[in-house]
Design a protein around this ligand. Structure first.
Ligand code: AMP
Ligand code: GLY
Length: 426
């Protein structure tokens, strides 16, 4: 198949690797890609990938069998709609269904209509409404920007003044949501949807805080691992857990959007919180998660291209659940100094060759670009790359991933040292 992947992150790099691993052989182009992606595949820059008309025109002139949209911004901008109108099979929801990610208030409404378990939330448009909601819900306070905020829109705090400050900031951009504080372990579970039929992938856990022990600010995600052995404690195993989320969350949401004539075709990311055998939704995203994708796709045995094409073409009905290996995957994000507030960019990264000699390692690039001057890649943004190790168990996967991370040299680089540490200790 000729496949176009839109995006430039480590997630798109992982999608690319999974597509290229298919023995059927695919011709994959990524736009715009990044320095690491360019070493693995064709990249092309034709302009702003959130411009729906521009993308549709370019794809019409350069035909593909399948277009996979990686990030949320083009989805929320309606790029999938523009392509579908021209008959192009596309993996990614249209503008309306992508509101599941684009507006937390929309997601709450869909969950209410579909009877999906989630925390209580109050939408507030003024500071007076915020204060009333904080009093009603009590501490710890959970304050969320209604729209997209690149992982930075959520504040969880006991400090009422800090909650009010955060709300005041995001009220300038629209409404905020005050939410009941949920406790438990977080799980990210992805589903492929063709608008009606839903198939699950394998669960992962993301580490959203910047520092070890969940200290520091929320980020886009600093690491992940998959599968989650501890799901066996309350659910008897992964399959029973996944089936329950399929039946109580993913299917009801996809059917609700279908009933509203805004079908969800693409990847439904369910951000869940699990306590005992209670499962509640924290958030939805309308695309593959980052960095979870980097640890989920290396375990996928079923060829990815066939799954994405079937979802894009309304053909998931009757297909078996995708298969995954039992291997352990651990991913660690390397971020620039100053991330998330003010990343320092333009610094060279050394040590790729040594890192890649560690067995079972892959490196998914995010913000990298080649520099002739330094004869290596430069870090060009906050989250620079994800190092991923696959091994027979988590102890080995952790030891491999950190051997490779330690081999990389980025001045001021930040990473967490405790990714999947609890799983090894349990
Ligand atoms: P979100 O962007 O909605 O995924 O939120 C980012 C992070 O904030 C989540 O991964 C949680 O760690 C935390 N969080 C969000 N909502 C809640 C909640 N209702 N209760 C507790 N923690 C939350
Ligand atoms: N890992 C969180 C996200 O992709 O939004």
């Amino acid at each position: 198949m000729r496949i176009l992947v839109l995006g430039s992150g480590a997630r798109e790099h992982a999608i690319l690797d999974a597509l290229l691993a298919d023995p059927a052989g695919h011709d994959v182009t990524v736009s715009p890609g990044n320095g690491g992606i360019a070493e693995a595949s064709a990249t092309v820059v034709f302009g702003d990938i959130t411009d729906d008309e521009l993308v549709a025109d370019w794809v019409q002139a350069n035909p593909f069998d399948l277009v996979v949209i990686g990030p949320e911004a083009p989805l929320i901008a309606g790029v999938a709609d523009g392509l579908r109108e021209r008959g192009v099979p596309v993996f990614g929801p249209g503008r309306a269904a992508a509101q599941l990610e684009g507006s937390k208030a929309f997601a709450k409404r869909i969950m209410a209509e579909a009877g999906v378990p989630t925390g209580r939330a109050v939408r507030a448009g003024t500071l007076t409404e915020v204060e009333a909601a904080l009093d009603e819900l009590g501490a710890p306070y959970v304050v969320k920007a209604d729209g997209l905020a690149a992982g930075k829109g959520v504040l969880v705090t006991d400090d009422r003044a800090a909650a009010l400050d955060h709300a005041t900031h995001y009220l300038q951009q629209g409404a905020v949501l005050l939410e009941e504080h949920l406790t438990g372990r977080e799980v990210s579970l992805f589903f492929l949807s063709d608008g009606h039929t839903v198939l699950p992938l394998s669960p992962a856990q993301d580490f959203k805080r910047l520092g070890d022990g969940d200290a520091g600010p929320n980020t886009g995600g600093m690491g992940a691992y998959s599968p989650l052995p501890w799901l066996a404690d309350s659910f008897g195993g992964e399959e029973a857990f996944v089936r329950r989320v399929l039946e109580t969350v993913a299917e009801p949401v996809v059917r609700q959007l279908e009933d509203e004539d805004t079908p969800f075709i693409g990847l439904l990311y369910c951000g869940l919180i699990v306590e005992g055998d209670d499962i509640r939704v924290i958030e939805f995203n309308a695309r593959f998660g980052d960095p979870e994708t980097q640890v989920v796709l290396p375990r996928l045995v079923t060829p990815l291209a066939g799954l994405l094409f079937a979802a894009a073409s309304g053909e998931l009905a009757g297909m078996p659940w995708p298969e995954f290996s039992d291997q352990a995957a651990v991913g660690v994000v390397l971020a620039s100094e100053g991330y998330p507030e003010a990343p320092v960019t333009g610094r060279p990264i050394y040590g790729f060759r040594d890192a890649l000699t560690v067995p079972g390692i892959r490196i998914d690039h995010a913000a990298t670009a080649w520099s002739d001057e330094h004869d290596t890649l430069l870090a060009t943004g906050g989250r620079v790359l994800t190092v991923v190790a696959v091994a027979d168990d988590f102890r080995e996967a952790r030891s491999r991933v950190y051997a490779a991370v330690d081999a990389l040299d980025l001045e001021g680089g930040q990473y967490r040292t405790d990714i999947a540490a609890a799983v090894v200790a349990e």
